[in-house]
Ligand binder design. Sequence first.
Ligand SMILES: [Zn+2]
Length: 366
Amino acid sequence: MTLSFWSPESLGIPSRQNLILWNDIELAYNFVEAHARYSISGDLQGFLLELVRKRWNLACADLYEPPPQIAQVPGSHSMLEALSQPPSGLELGRVDKLALGKGFLNKFKAFAASAAPIQAGGKTGKLYGYGTDGYGTYIPLHLLWPDFRKYWGIYISEAGVLSLAANLYNQLPIHQLSLLPQDGNHPVEKIIQIAYQVILRHQLFHFKIEQWALLFELATGQAYYLPYLEYVYLPTIYATDDNNLEEALANLSVLLSKKILKLEKEVDQNVKGLIESIFLRQQGFNYRNYDLAKGVPPEVQHINREIRYRKVVNYLCNQIIQHEIRPRAPIVPYYLYPPNNNFLRAENLCPIYLVRNLPNEVGVIA
Ligand SMILES: [Zn+2]
């Protein structure tokens, strides 16, 4: 059954997203790139290939010898290749706000009735192997310069949103409430909005971390983001000791999201508990560390979750500045300048795309 958030005719319609801020980010980036002693830009293809290689090792290392050449790794097409030369059927729609069309409610109910349950899928499964990033991805502008307007942004799998929404819907008692009005306030619409927000909030966290690094690059004229990716993010992302705090925090930011909390209150159901049990808890290493039990300083392991989140975001900032998995003392308190401040909370701060029909073999999202 075909179900979609946008019609093909709506593609390419100019967005009302925050073009002024995007322009400011571009100015800041170009300034640092022009004046820093070293380039702050990197290679997206190389980064994605390294991610794919690590995924391959995670999924197949028990079964096969490592491949002699990266080109032979399954799924080694980069997402960028797919976007620049779209395979047939791939569609991209830029979204300001997820808008559901007329008649969507009944279509969604029929869709949910036949939707497959979300399964972690073991080491080769999408949810276990890729975590929330199996449902969306963020392409950092540091990997795109000088042409970053073309691809920079958040990409969200439409199929992923619908699958998560259908699973939430099927497990909440709201599907019994058939007498509720079929208008924009229907709880089913809110469930779909929540599923969208789950994936969006995770990706916005990646965006905020990159912006925070860019702020330091602007202030100091030194590269921070790429060394962080090379020495902290990449070595930890598919290791099995839960040391990748960016993914753990991105998942926790979903549970702490005020936007999702508001929608949850409107639905009047324990949706976050369900998101945790059917989605977050099923994910593999690092992603599943969203309670921040591992990879963090011992003194923050037993404090209140919101304060722990704040302290570990600060710890991650120190990882970025030192590009060390275990930053040395003193840990600098950046609390006045956190990545998740009010300025960067809104969702129109970077381009957001819904992706439909991205082939499975294309790396980051499916
Ligand atoms: Zn992520």
